[in-house]
Design a protein around this ligand. Structure first.
Ligand SMILES: O=C(O)CCC(=O)C(=O)O
Ligand SMILES: [Fe+2]
Length: 202
């Protein structure tokens, strides 16, 4: 084995009450830069609304939902019928399934146009994901900060993870039951980021 080769397997990140894994760098057949620009250009991005305490806001990022036919999904009160898989997304899915040794049947794409885009704290605990879902999340482009906060135990400090270009994280086990996660705004960051979260819908 080449000692300087980056690991090709997921590494467990120590965390209480949940399972979190990461892989620093996942390479595809085309460069990750090409992948990022193709995803930005070729995806039919949607702006979604979210209603909080009776007030409706436009979510500060764009999204797109792909998956197997019939695998509908409710997210932030919005119901999604998935778009049909593209060859590009299927090839990314295949690679991620090999690394994770798991199958996925849907993917949510998030497009953060700049550091002004963000994602509010939430857990991915919708019933259609089942008891302890495995969610594999690929990052392309600008590094953004992923913050986990424990839901009940305030003595457990929040955890910060830097989601760098071409990194993969996998959330598993009880993580959605015990933690919320989000991506805060970082107004000084100008670069775009696309995130793909692969999920298995029952
Ligand atoms: O953009 C990210 O890395 C997080 C995405 C996420 O948590 C979600 O889509 O549920
Ligand atoms: Fe999430």
């Amino acid at each position: 084995m080449d000692l300087f080769e980056s690991p090709s397997e997921l590494i467990k990140i120590p965390m209480s009450d949940g399972d979190l894994y990461s892989l620093q760098s996942l390479k595809f057949d085309c460069s990750n830069e090409d992948l990022l620009s193709r995803l930005i250009l070729e995806t039919p991005w949607r702006e979604e609304k979210i209603t909080v305490w009776g007030k409706t806001f436009i979510q500060p990022r764009l999204i797109a939902w792909y998956g197997d036919k019939g695998k509908n999904y409710t997210y932030s009160g919005n119901k999604f019928e998935p778009l049909a898989w593209t060859p590009l997304l299927l090839s990314i899915k295949k690679k991620i399934e090999e690394v994770c040794k798991k199958n996925f049947n849907s993917v949510l794409l998030n497009y953060y146009r700049s550091g002004l885009d963000s994602l509010g704290f939430h857990s991915d605990d919708e019933p259609e994901l089942g008891e302890n879902p495995s969610i594999a999340s690929l990052s392309l482009g600008e590094t953004r900060t992923f913050i986990f906060k424990h839901k009940k135990n305030k003595s457990i400090a929040p955890m910060k993870i830097y989601l760098t270009d071409e990194s993969l994280i996998v959330m598993d086990g009880d993580i959605q039951k015990n933690w919320i996660h989000g991506i805060p705004k970082e107004p000084l960051k100008l670069g775009a980021r696309v995130n793909l979260t692969f999920r298995y819908i029952l």
